[in-house]
Design a protein around this ligand. Structure first.
Ligand code: VG1
Ligand code: CO
Length: 542
């Protein structure tokens, strides 16, 4: 029985950098999730009888919202929903499923690297038929619809069994429960030299992979332990838990400190990696050698040809604006284009679809390629393993060689979390007011050569995205970027991105904090961070 339920709009359903993310208690309000899902469906055209992909990272509320979406998809006229068993699909696996099934689109239930549990975060993201996050014109339409919505459609009936593989009927719609892992693992096997990686591991190479009690557990166990032969226990925290074991599933030096300490110990394994809540981020740490995500992107791009899937070279590289320029130097050497986009994976989709870029990455531990339309944590780990197997060198040796060839972009991101929104806005407004007067002035970081608010024109459809972050550039090529996070659920988060380039003949072995100290001081001088935020130091440094 299709029911039409009367509702009233919520005013806070505009999707952020990556979908709608809110506290669970916000999502659990009557009609909240339903309003958003209906706003998505109302913003789409022509999905009748078509396929929707559905799955999430298993966090608290996942199973309930899966059922809601199934019933709403049936009531709204979808022909079929492909849902991961137990409601599980990593973000890259969902992207692959959308593409391989020729689905109309997909809904991914996740707040990604944000914590989960009854007092933590939940999220919903819509991906389009290319498998990638909905572009801004779609998210803008969803936001507009959410402000005027007055009814949603839902089937009145029993829950669907999503725990067993197979095909079921829900009203007029078919629900197909699929294995969340197998097709994704096959895709990985088609891109990388599993034989070479198996031989590496059989030869005594040791690794640790931290799934952070999030969605990659079953994927990592299948791929690293079963298919590649790594010993049992290689995958740590491999069972997805609704609250991620009370941990913050963000693979950075703060939240994956246990892994970091293990890789810095005297008896460290050769290689360590971690992924986030929904499996699209990656942290790479070699034995006694942390690799910044921006450097990782550059190294992966420079060495991708060692993997069978990329043996013919890259068409181009794309990175988000705050990501360091390390990849730019690789693109230059390879003679391929480098694209600089706003933060968030949704801006890469058009470049990948147009065949302009092959590899993309962000400083926030996201790297991926044209194999799907999302960033992909396990993919990045496998490409690293493939490169290590082919070059037969340690991570530290590869990094040293990379810097000696291209120079080194010292880089750090300082996050000031949970600050009052009006203070964060005031800080950014004060910076914007100064943009025209800053060039030519000097501070601890040197002389400022230019300052602007980043705007992006998509080269494929000419759409324009403005106010994507304030850039302060110095005469020596150093850079400070300021922007506000679009994924937080508490107050505002200020992100300050700090970068200094040292050429190949300069000092390549400084401590990052030492190399960046003058620029860190300059960020404070230019933006009065402590004055506006009341914080003397960042909450997280990555
Ligand atoms: C952050 C990162 C951004 C990333 C986004 C989604 O966004 O900075 O690079 O694409 O999270 O990643 P923001 O607006 O908070 O800076 V995930 O793994 O949370 O989907
Ligand atoms: Co994520």
């Amino acid at each position: 029985m299709i029911q039409t339920v009367t509702t009233t709009p919520f005013t806070d359903q505009k999707p952020g950098t990556s979908g709608l993310r809110k506290k669970v208690r916000v999502f659990a309000q009557p009609h909240y999730a339903e309003n958003f899902v209906q706003s998505v469906f109302d913003s789409l055209d022509g999905f009748e009888s078509k396929t929707l992909v559905l799955g999430g990272d298993g966090r608290y509320l996942n199973r309930e919202v899966i059922q809601t979406v199934l019933k709403m998809a049936a009531a709204n006229g979808f022909g079929r929903v492909l849902v991961g068993r137990e409601g599980i699909l990593s973000t890259p696996a969902a992207s692959h499923l959308i593409r391989s099934a020729g689905a109309f689109g997909g809904l991914i239930l996740s707040a990604s690297h944000n914590p989960g549990g009854p007092d933590e975060d939940f999220g919903i993201k819509y991906n389009i038929g290319n498998g990638g996050p909905a572009p801004e014109k779609v998210t803008d339409a969803i936001a507009a619809r959410s402000l005027v919505i007055d009814r949603y459609k839902i089937i009145d009936g029993a829950d669907v069994d999503i725990d067993k593989l197979g095909v079921r009927q829900l009203g007029e719609m078919v629900v197909e429960v699929v294995d969340p892992v197998a097709a994704y693992a096959d895709l990985m096997e088609s891109l990388f030299d599993f034989g070479a990686i198996q031989a590496l591991i059989a030869g005594g190479f040791s690794m640790a992979f931290d799934s952070m009690s999030a969605v990659t557990g079953p994927y990592a166990t299948e791929i690293f332990e079963r298919r590649l032969g790594a010993p049992a226990g290689t995958v740590m925290n491999g069972t997805p838990l609704p609250d991620f074991g009370h941990h913050h599933p963000d693979p950075n030096l703060v939240h994956a400190k246990g892994l970091y300490d293990r890789l810095m110990a005297a008896d460290a394994p050769d290689f360590g990696a971690a992924s986030d809540g929904d499996g699209d981020r990656n942290l790479i740490i070699g034995r006694h050698c942390y690799v910044t995500p921006s450097d990782s992107l550059a190294v992966l791009a420079a060495n991708a040809h060692f993997a069978p899937g990329y043996a013919n070279g890259l068409k181009g590289i794309a990175r988000s604006m705050p990501t360091s320029g390390a990849a730019d130097r690789v693109a230059e050497k390879l003679g391929i284009a480098l694209y600089e986009t706003p933060t968030g994976w949704k801006f890469f989709g058009n470049l990948l679809d147009a065949g302009m870029a092959t590899i993309c990455g962000e400083e926030s531990a996201g790297t991926g390629s044209d194999h799907v339309r999302e960033k992909d944590g396990i993919w990045a780990v496998l490409l690293w393993l493939n490169i290590l197997a082919a070059r037969k060198q340690s991570v530290a040796a590869i990094m040293a060689d990379h810097w000696a060839t291209y120079g080194r972009n010292y880089y750090a991101r300082h996050d000031y979390e949970a600050i009052a929104k009006d203070r964060a806005d005031a800080l950014m407004a004060a910076l914007r007011d100064k943009l025209t007067t800053l060039p030519g002035t000097s501070n601890s970081g040197g002389t400022i050569s230019s300052a602007d608010d980043f705007a992006y024109t998509d080269p494929t459809d000419r759409s324009i995205s403005q106010n994507q972050g304030i850039r302060i550039l110095f005469e020596d090529g150093s850079r400070i970027v300021f922007r506000l996070s679009g994924t937080g659920t508490e107050g505002a988060t200020l992100r300050v991105y700090i970068e200094r380039y040292v050429a190949a003949d300069g000092d390549l072995s400084m401590e990052t904090a030492v190399a960046l100290a003058p620029l860190i001081a300059a960020a404070q001088e230019v933006a009065d961070i402590s004055g506006f935020t009341g914080m003397d130091s960042p909450s997280v440094i990555t």
